[in-house]
Ligand binder design. Sequence first.
Ligand code: BGP
Length: 472
Amino acid sequence: MKEDFLWGGATAANQCEGSCTAGGRGLANVDLLPAGKDRMAVMTGHKKMFAFDKDHDYPAKTAIEMYQYYKEDIRMFAQMGFKVYRMSIAWSRIFPGGDEESPNEEGLAYYEDVFRECRKYQIEPLVTITHFDCPMHLVKEYGGWRNRKMLTFYERLCRTLFTRYKEYVHYWITFNEINMILHAPFMAAGICFEEGEDEKQITYQAAHHELLASAIAVKLAKEINPENQIGCMLAAGQAYPYSCRPEDVWAGVEMDRKSYLFIDVQAYGAYPAYGLKMMEREGVKLRIEEGDLELLRDHTVDFISFSYYNSMCASADPDLNAKIKGNIFDSLENPYLPSSEWGWQIDPLGLRITLNVLYDRYRKPLFVSENGLGAVDVPDKNGYVEDDYRIDYMRAHIREMKKAVDEDGVDLMGYTSWGCIDLVSASSGEMRKRYGFIYVDKQDDGTGTLKRTPKKSFYWYQKVIESNGEIL
Ligand code: BGP
C-alpha cells in the first residue's frame, strides 16, 4: 500500500454521540428512529414519528455517549495507530433547527475540540457532512429534501464548516450513502410520504436536490480552501446475476445502475442516458431549474468513497424475487457464500470486484469508507472479547483490497472500517450488532457502564496499520 495510505475507522454522529439535546442541539430525524418492529416503517417514511413517544425506545438519544467520551475514544483510536478518523457532524448541533441565519457556537466549539483532539495524534479527520441526519424542524416545516429550499440551508451549513474548520479538516464527504434515499427515504433524507403520493417522483426530485447540494459543497469547499478534497459516498456491493441466463445478467446491470445513477452525476457531472430513460419510464419528471445542469457539470467530486459489506444477487425470475425478504437492500441469497448472524453475506472477493468495477467506471481515487462485520460479542468478566470472527472477516477483506491495489492498479486512498468502536446499528437500532475494535458496555435495554475495553481485534488492527497492511 502507498506510504500515506489512510488506515482508520468510521462512525456517524447519530449512532455514537448520544447527548441528543446537550449544547443546544436540536432534534433530528435520526433521533426518532425507534428500536424494534416499527423502525423500518419509520425509516422508509411510511410511519410518522415526529416526536418521542412512551411506547418506543430511541437508541440514538444516548447511543454510546461519545459526546462525553470523545477524548478517551480518540486516544484509543490513536493507540491503534489510526491515520484517519471518519466521523460525521450532527447538523442540528450546528444549526439546531436547520434554517437559522447563524450557527450555534456551542456545537461549533464541540467539533473544533474533537478535531483538535484528532490533530493532537496526527489523525486526519474525514468528515461526512450529513450521515443521514436532517434537523427535525426542516422535516416538519419543509418536508426534508423533497423541498428545494434545503439547498440554502445545506449551503449555509457547508460554508460554516469549511470556514470554521479550515485548518483542521481537508477531507470531506457530502452525503453518506447517497443511494440510500431510494431504500430509506426518511432516514436518508427526512422524507415522509402522505397517502396516495407519488413516492418515486418525490424521491428522485429529493435526490436531485441532494446532488445539487453536493455540487454546491464541492464548489464552496474549493473556494474556501483549494486543498480540500471532497468525495461522494455510495452504498456499494456488486450485483451478481443469479445465473448466466442473459435475463439475470440484465437484472444485475439494472440493479447496479439504480445506485450508480447518483455517483455518475457526482463523478461525471451529468445524468447518464440510462438514468434519464429509466426516470421517463417510471413517470418521474425532474424539475430542473436554470443553472442546475451547469452546477452539476462544473463541480464534480475529487474521490469516490463507498461502503462495502456484501455483494448482491439479481434475478429476472418473478417467483424467485417473491422470496426476497425485506432488508434495507433487497437481494437474493447467494448459495456460494456464508452469512453473518444478521444474514449479510460474506464475500471478500466481492470487495476486489467492487473496487475494480468502480475504478474502471470512474477513474478517480477510491476510498473504502465502511466495511466490517456486525456480530454478537460475548465479553469475559473484564469486558474483553476474543473476536476472531471479526479478525477473519477483516483479514480476508483487506487481503482482497490489497490485491485490487497491488495486482489490479486501483488507486485507493484509504480504508476506514465501520463502527471502529461499538455503536448503534443503523438498520436495526440494536447495540448487540457490534462492529468495533473497542467493546462498549451498553446493552439494548439501555443498561451498561459505558466502559470501553479493547477487543482482540484492537491489537490485530494495530499491527495491520503499523505494518501498512503487510501483517494480516
Ligand atoms: C451503512 C451506514 C452506517 C452503518 C452501516 C452498518 O449503511 O452508512 O451508518 O450503520 O451501514 O449497518 P448496520 O448498522 O445496519 O449494521
